[in-house]
Design a protein around this ligand. Structure first.
Ligand code: AMP
Length: 427
């Protein structure tokens, strides 16, 4: 009886060899920009205490209500596969006493995240994000710099037609009054809202503003806007952020309905989109904002902070759609073909010598047919093939075959690296 095939979990995917070059390119660009702006890399655990997210992101958010992969361990701890990176970074900042370092502390990360969402275009249950966080700085210039960093990464990856959406959602000085306004607005419309939103109304009416249900969106679109009710300090802060963005001539839009789905945000929030059919389908490529209250909520000292995260799969999908190319990968210049046990032994050693010299060499050590190996060398486009047969292995020689002309010469095995270096002009 044949066994049933086991497939990957729904909404999760393999990053196949053909996609690795996109992931690698994004990682390289992110790292280069992080180094330039003096961010340091941090890796936090894939699992965190569930409370980190319920307290940090907010009990009434969709992420905490519906989207977390949580479980109880054998030891009785409640753990969750991290759905986002900001709360773990804030936790690490507190736990390692980073508030005692010169401020701000600038950190970046790149890794997998998990949300139990309905799988669809641009929405997975395991996805990769890169993120930048600046902790311990209140100045609005940093909000603009964070936006600049993400915008530059996307530009560097050759994405065009980028649109930045920004808003300010106030702070604990102006939000309570705005919440009251929202309460009275939604109270008279409660019957027309979806069931989730009726619950959100009791827990946090702010969350109704990012409901995806159409009838709720229609109602929310007429709700009072926080931007009209900012306190003086938040108003000033936002004005300056916009002035910095103007200075950079960035294509931003004020988006008064942008609130983002996490409770920890204060003041500036932003998202970056690619303005095309495909881009619209995928949704935001990057999202972030200021989170001045989070570190205190998690048990640390009052610390202003701002950051954001970009979605790797969405960016990869746009790069593919737009057929964005990279410089050619490693060329196959040399192929090593071998025959017999002794030749295989000598090949292993020879390959190691090529590696030490920094010369790429391709082989198919498991094969015995010389014909098959030469065919493969041809297919890979090798310029030269080294042939180590049984006789050559005994005589300490190797055949060097020029694949274009078919010309062959015998060379002493201890001279082969030198000869190849001359042929491919490696110093
Ligand atoms: P968020 O923390 O929701 O603002 O996410 C930041 C970025 O990560 C988004 O702008 C997306 O590009 C990406 N992202 C978020 N959720 C998913 C998901 N379920 N699947 C793929 N990418 C996602």
């Amino acid at each position: 009886m044949t066994q049933a095939k086991i497939q990957r979990p729904s909404g999760m995917h393999d990053v196949l060899p053909e996609d690795q070059k996109y992931f690698q390119k994004i990682f390289d660009v992110v790292k280069e920009i992080a180094d330039f702006y003096n961010f340091q890399k941090i890796d936090t655990p894939i699992l965190e205490k569930t409370e980190l997210f319920s307290r940090g992101i907010g009990l009434a958010t969709d992420i905490v209500q519906k989207e977390m992969f949580s479980f109880k361990t054998k030891g009785g701890d409640y753990l969750t596969l991290r759905p986002e990176g900001t709360a773990p970074v804030a936790r690490a900042y507190i736990e390692h006493g980073m508030q005692n370092l010169p401020q701000p502390v600038k950190l970046w990360y790149f890794g997998p995240f998990f949300r139990y969402e309905k799988p669809q275009a641009g929405r997975y249950r395991q996805f990769w994000q890169f993120g930048f966080e600046v902790l311990g700085e209140e100045n609005p210039v940093i909000d603009a710099q964070i936006i600049q960093i993400f915008f530059n990464i996307l530009k560097e990856l050759k994405l065009e037609n980028l649109v930045i959406k920004v808003n300010s959602i106030g702070d604990r000085a102006c939000r309570p009054y705005y919440k009251k306004l929202l309460n009275s607005y939604f109270k008279s419309r409660l019957e027309s809202l979806c069931r989730d939103c009726r619950r959100r109304f009791k827990e946090n009416p702010f969350r109704i503003l990012d409901c995806k249900v159409e009838k709720c969106q229609t109602i929310a679109s007429q709700a009072p806007l926080i931007i009209d009710h900012l306190c003086q300090a938040c108003h000033e802060h936002f004005k300056e952020v916009l002035e910095f963005l103007d200075e950079l001539s960035f294509p931003y839009h004020l988006e008064p309905h942008l609130v983002r789905g996490l409770d920890y945000y204060t003041r500036t929030v932003f998202e970056i989109f690619e303005d095309s059919e495909e881009g619209k389908k995928l949704g935001a490529l990057v999202g972030g904002g200021r989170y001045d209250g989070l570190i205190k909520i998690l048990g640390g000292k009052e610390t202003p902070a701002v950051g954001g995260a970009g979605g790797v799969e969405r960016i990869v999908s746009l790069m593919k759609e737009k057929a964005i190319r990279f410089p050619r990968e490693k060329k196959t210049e040399i192929f090593l073909a071998q025959l017999g046990f002794l030749a295989k032994r000598k090949s292993l050693k020879l390959i190691e010598e090529f590696r030490k010299e920094g010369i790429n060499i391709f082989e198919s050590l498991g094969r015995d047919s010389l014909k098959a190996q030469l065919k493969l060398a041809d297919k890979l486009g090798a310029k030269y093939t080294l042939i180590l047969g049984q006789k050559e292995a005994l005589d300490n020689e190797i055949i060097l075959r020029d694949m274009a002309s078919g010309r062959q010469e015998k060379i002493k095995i201890d001279k082969i690296i030198e000869t190849i270096k001359k042929k491919i002009k490696k110093p």
